[in-house]
Design a protein around this ligand. Sequence first.
Ligand code: BEZ
Length: 394
Amino acid sequence: MSQPTPSRRTLGLTVAAAACGLLLAGAAQAQQAPLKVGFMLPATGTFAALGDFIEKGFKLHVQEQGGKLGGREIQYFKVDDESDPSKATDNVNKLIKRDQVDVIVGTVHSGVALAMARAARESNTLLIVPNAGADAITGAQCAKNIFRSSFSNWQPGYAAGVVAAGKGYKRAMTITWNYAAGQETVKGFTEAFEKGGGKVAKELTLPFPNVEFQALLTEIAAQKPDVVFAFFAGGGAVKFVKDYDAAGLKKTVPLVASGFLTDGTLEAQGASAQGILSTLHYADNIDTPRNNAFRKSFALTYKANADVYAVQGYDAAQMLAAGLNAVKGDFTKRDALLEAMNKAVIDSPRGKFSLSPQRNPVQDIFLREAKGTNNELRGVAVKALADPGRGCRS
Ligand code: BEZ
């Protein structure tokens, strides 16, 4: 028996119903499929330990939420960026094109992060920067899909300048690696220090990640400034602090530093670091229930003490969670997700913070003193410091 031929109208309805079914099934699948998070962090080189703690911090928050954010399981992907800007575009494209991740979390090094931001803007991939301070990321190169859970280089530098000028120092020398983070941190320091009546007499630099400090330390000893401002981090910071002490400078020329000089490094720096004053958006012994609970949870999970990098990774996950919770895990509701992330108040171990219109934390920058293996809180250097976000147009 032959089948009756369906009318055009019946056929149209059938096709529409099938398409509708497919759409619904697709939406349900999008709700259920794990969200792909790609870590692009250093696993080797002078910043390797920093990348490790960022990843640990991020995963800790996800674990505390039962392994899900906004109801979505999280699937992780990883690339070691080696803190090498020349490999950054290829590396980030492994996550964007090969792994097709939904979100990128990275990185530590400002030069690498600038290349990542370019790729994220071009591909419209959501990027959360959990450390790198390159000012342009939430400045001239800002974009609606690029967020930072950490700081801009200008912020801790500026706060250190306020502290050094407030102590009455008049003549400073600065010392750092010659790349975006070093240059911009020194610029922030100089802006505040000179506004406060001081003068930066000389800027000393060496290429990243070199650690041959001797010639520069000899120059400091000869010039005898009132204060030295330094930015180094990770393995390089350990070597610098030890060399500064061994050169006899610790006793003669006070150091005021960006807090990265002594964060995550105090155990290795030992006696050489004791007493160093620094400015940062975190201090180990912030005595709040939130920070105490975070530090306890981190220590229990990883058998290690949390540091600023762990906090920044943890808060990157909190920022993503704020967006995903607002859309019940539906990543296709992109505008609502981005808006919720931008408006979120993050309950961070450092203290609650909100984001500037350019999507960088507006936060207290603390004055800390290195004591034992802690960077102890000595006060607030600058309250609710917002990066100026110069040049950001979106
Ligand atoms: C940076 O390159 O932006 C950076 C690296 C380590 C610590 C802080 C900042």
